[in-house]
Design a protein around this ligand. Sequence first.
Ligand code: MG
Length: 379
Amino acid sequence: MKIVDYKTVVVGNPWKNWLFVKLYTDEGLTGLGEATGGLATKPHQADVEELARFFIGEDPRHPDKVWYKMYKGRFLQPSRGMSGVELACWDILGKSLGVPVWQLLGGKHRDLLRVYANGWYTGPREPEFFAESAAQMVKRGYTALKFDPFGGAYRQIDLENERTAINIVRSVREAVGPDVDILIEGHDRFSVSYAIRIGRMLEEFNPMFFETPVNSLDLAATIEVSKAIKVPVALGERFERLGQFAALLTHRTIDIIQPEVIHLGLSNIKKVCGMAEAFEALVASHQAQSPLCTAINAHLHAAIPNFLIHENFDDSLESWTWDVFKGVPRVDKGYLPVPDTPGFGVELDEKEALRHPYGPDKFLRLFEEGWETRRPSKN
Ligand SMILES: [Mg+2]
């Protein structure tokens, strides 16, 4: 079997343009992968175009080999485009054998994945609004909720905003009760001293973790914060290389990692999960992309012993999303069922996708005031 053609498709979700890679084979099978960029889309689309010289003509049933050909061809520089292609290869491999991808990863440990909801607080940065929204999510069956209460703060936070942030966390804790997990997202924003100050304030609310309190590519700063607070620190969504996870885990200070499949590809993220297992660490993959990635992460999370919790935005997306994506598992009472369909099991309705094109304003500008409303940004 050979890859004979490809296509990229952008779907304009209001707060993030989603980018897909579709591969075509000489045997008629197609595969779907994702290469969504956080705050850029066109560079990654062009990336796939330039990578075509490496993957056209390759047998897609060897995803790791196809990825390494691109990686070596780019002088050992990974990219989102490479992951998009590699993921589409995995989809074709599963379809060619008639089995779900989790089967190819060694079988599954579980049929249901515990989910934490994200994206549920799209409104004013006020404690009452967060409390009401959180209570609604719990009513829907969620047992864990993540949120960023820090608004536009960057590096430091003034006293008024700090008070608002802590009041938001307190009001959510009071609204959901003591048995629902709350997860606090820092978005890499604080300096070490502010992160420690905030982290200590969070202790009384017993969060499952404080995510990326400081620039998560600064390992020394992350370790320092983690040692100074009693709340577990979690990170990993920015890491593109196996060695970054090795360097983090050897400190034995952080034992919750959040690898991102669009940075790593599926072969490498599975290797990262194995590395974490060696350090008794848990995996809660980063999943802030399209519903295709919901399915991709469901296959991964089903197949690893050290799964912690599954991130999910899907209940807070536009209703048209479900006309575009077919075959995505949906959260039911706080748990996501593991799909059984061959490959990843997701197909894109391209006709529907055309109704939601790329938009230059469809990005979430995190440190702008009011970003949490997730309304289209000004630029
Ligand atoms: Mg994050």
